[in-house]
Design a protein around this ligand. Structure first.
Ligand SMILES: [Zn+2]
Length: 125
């Protein structure tokens, strides 16, 4: 049985991110048709674009205690500048390792439950 994607509107089973591109060239994530942040075009001027999930780490930190006690800590979050331009705030695969800003990162689909998977970012192979 295929695992269930936790957020199927945001990424594919291969870890590609579901972003968009405006007629002006601006690339954004996630896909939306409300309006371009750069030029204000909307509707059909904003078209879906699959982003590779490759980029560079801008910053990261490890959360040791979360306000929601149901959230298992530690976990690592980071900001990744995707090669196509958008910056995403994301969970990182490895919570126990310091990763230097500028490090190449890549999206990975990881299991988070018996039949559910979610997207994380990891060090590029
Ligand atoms: Zn635009």
């Amino acid at each position: 049985m295929e695992p269930t994607l936790l957020k199927p509107t945001l990424y594919t089973a291969t870890g590609a991110l579901l972003g968009g591109r405006c007629a002006c060239g601006h690339v954004f994530f996630p896909m939306q048709t409300y309006g371009c942040e750069v030029c204000g075009r909307h509707g059909a001027d904003l078209q879906p674009m699959t982003l590779t999930g490759c980029g560079r780490l801008l910053s990261s930190t490890v959360v040791h205690l979360h306000a929601d006690k149901a959230r298992t800590a530690p976990f690592a979050i980071g900001k990744v500048a995707l090669d196509e331009g958008p910056v995403v705030r994301t969970l990182l695969v490895d919570p126990d390792r310091e990763i230097a800003p500028g490090t190449r990162m890549v999206s990975r689909i990881v299991p988070i439950g018996d039949s559910t998977v979610d997207l994380r970012f990891a060090l590029e192979d």
